[in-house]
Write a protein that binds this ligand. Structure first.
Ligand SMILES: Nc1ncnc2c1ncn2[C@@H]1O[C@H](COP(=O)(O)OP(=O)(O)OP(=O)(O)O)[C@@H](O)[C@H]1O
Ligand SMILES: O=C(O)C1=C[C@@H](O)[C@@H](O)[C@H](O)C1
Ligand SMILES: [Mg+2]
Length: 172
């Protein structure tokens, strides 16, 4: 059995829904951003010192290692992981779930975006402005990779986890 991999924009709930889903399924939860921080230190500092390109290369390497897990897990990917062609190729062998989110939901959830340097570096504009542009760029990639898309209307974290479990059971 493959991993369940959660993708989607910043603030869509990959980390929170992933934790609930893993608990319900009795699977390990792997959050690639957390592993990144454990290995390389805070993402904001990594961006400041090494730049985004180096971050993407390190992220791609880490994601490949984590998807190759010995136990089927729930894996929450960083929001930008799908920009890697190598990662998109690996996702073809996984059960991939896109969590969608409206602009208003994202705005409420990202707050001041303190840990999300892609939203704040080099701009004084509100983080949601960058979020909108990034989402527009990446939406086709999220959709292309997804086996299941959970719409923004599945409002609560529990609803979203339940929806994913039901869809997975139908697929089997
Ligand atoms: N369905 C939901 N309803 C209400 N709040 C939510 C929901 N999903 C997530 N949240 C809240 O939104 C915030 C962002 O969620 P989360 O960190 O899980 O997003 P993410 O997709 O992992 O983002 P990132 O790509 O930046 O890691 C958290 O504070 C979380 O509790
Ligand atoms: O969408 C992005 O580009 C990012 C999302 C986060 O999950 C982190 O992986 C990092 O802050 C970059
Ligand atoms: Mg997250």
């Amino acid at each position: 059995m493959n991993n369940i991999v959660l993708i989607g924009p910043m603030g869509s709930g990959k980390s929170t829904v992933g934790a609930v889903l893993a608990r319900r399924l009795g699977r390990p939860h792997v959050d690639t951003d957390q592993f990144f921080v454990a290995r390389h230190g805070p993402i904001r500092e990594y961006f400041a010192v090494h730049g985004e390109e180096a971050f993407r290369a390190a992220e791609e390497q880490l994601v490949a290692e984590l998807l190759d897990s010995p136990r089927p897990s729930v894996v929450s990917l960083g929001g930008g992981s799908v920009t890697s062609a190598a990662t998109r190729e690996l996702l073809k062998t996984q059960f991939v779930v896109m969590l969608d989110v409206t602009e208003a939901q994202a705005k409420a959830r990202i707050g001041d975006a303190a840990t999300r340097p892609v939203l704040t570096a080099g701009t004084s504009a509100p983080p949601i402005e960058r979020w909108k542009n990034i989402y527009a760029e990446r939406e086709p990639l999220y959709r292309e990779c997804a086996d299941l898309i959970v719409s923004a209307a599945e409002a609560t974290i529990e609803d979203r986890a339940r929806h994913i479990i039901e869809a997975m059971r139908r697929e089997r």
